[in-house]
Design a protein around this ligand. Structure first.
Ligand code: TUI
Length: 316
């Protein structure tokens, strides 16, 4: 069940573990490391133009021949050219986020690309299954970045009951306990973002990784609710300023202006005070920057050992 299920069959990978397609963070290097370690590495297209992402795909292909994916962030001004790019580059799997990928699904399917949308609600999950999604990433509000309202614990079993295609749980998972819990809820795989940011192969600035290691349980706060695009990020000068602006009722455009470009500031420049350090609530569980291979091996071993103990009645 942990190593061999409908999702590992669909994706042709050893472990049903996906790496979140995080803008500015999920580069070709990180995605290749995850795919080489037996998971599904995902390049985050974010709001980057196609040429930048083509380069990331080429970098990945130089170091792995394993399956991988590109995440298409549907609020990007470059969505159409990224869609053309993944077809041209014969990317085997696409995940989508921050919107409804409906108008692109037929083109992906015609080109043999597997489509796995991120969904934050049961209604969108049903709609995506109806129009041909191969699997779903069901993301709870514990996740980092742009989020929905429902928790992973509540949302995953509801979607599992509503659809027949495989479900991948995301949001709030960083170890073997979370992995096994997701399987108990009926998911057939997991996606982790924050855990893979704090990895050796992740190309994000070291200050960003250390901010995750230092985070406490209440540090991953939500900003931007008033804009309609709530984002979970670590508490800092930026989040405090955004909170004040929201309390004062500053208009949406002003808030979005401050937030725009702030992820790059944190992830690339390492400005973890004025940039947006997007991370999930599970950040506080992460204590060490580790190689991707170790992260994946440990989580699989931990889940298998825990399952064994539960079956033997050794956990009390
Ligand atoms: O997309 C993400 N996480 C992200 S995207 C991002 S870039 C960004 N920055 C600032 C504001 C907005 C975006 C940073 N983190 N996760 C997947 C995800 N998708 N979470 C929630 C959704 C989602 C939301 C609404 C998916 C579909 C959806 O559909 C609404 C509709 O159109 O029906």
């Amino acid at each position: 069940m942990i190593r061999d299920n409908r999702l590992t069959d669909l994706l042709q990978i050893p472990y049903p573990i996906l790496q979140g397609g995080m803008a500015w963070i999920a580069t070709g290097e990180l995605a290749a490391a995850v795919s080489n370690a037996g998971g599904l590495g995902i390049i985050g297209a974010g709001s980057a133009p196609a040429d930048i992402i083509r380069n990331e795909i080429r970098k990945l292909k130089e170091v792995t021949d394993q399956p991988f994916a590109v995440n298409i962030m549907l609020l990007s001004p470059f969505v159409d050219e990224i869609v053309d790019l993944v077809i041209e580059e014969k990317v085997p799997v696409v995940t989508t986020g921050a919107g409804n990928p409906g108008k692109y699904i037929d083109r992906f399917k015609e080109n043999g690309i597997k489509v796995i949308p991120v969904v934050p609600t049961v209604a969108l999950a049903r709609r995506m299954e109806r129009i041909g999604a191969d699997a779903l990433i069901v993301e709870g509000t514990e996740a980092g970045g742009h989020i929905g309202d429902i928790t992973t614990m509540a949302l995953v079993p509801q979607v599992v009951d509503a659809v027949k295609i495989p479900v991948i749980a995301a949001g709030g998972i960083a170890d073997g306990r979370g992995f096994l819990a997701a399987l108990a809820l009926g998911a057939e795989g997991i996606q982790m973002g924050t855990r893979f940011v704090a990895s050796r192969e992740c190309t994000a600035h070291v200050a960003y990784k250390e901010a995750i290691i230092k985070a406490g349980d209440r540090d991953a706060v939500v900003t931007g609710r008033s804009t309609g695009h709530p984002v979970r990020n670590l508490k800092n000068t930026l989040t405090r300023t955004l909170d004040e602006m929201e309390k004062k009722g500053v208009n949406k455009e002003e808030i979005e202006k401050l937030a725009a470009g702030s992820l790059r500031k944190a992830a690339i420049d390492g400005d973890i005070e004025n940039g947006s350090v997007m991370a999930g609530q599970i950040a506080a569980l992460i204590k060490e920057i580790k190689p991707v291979g170790e992260i994946i091996e440990e989580i699989v071993r931990e889940a298998e050992e825990l399952l064994q103990k539960l079956q033997e009645g050794l956990v009390r």
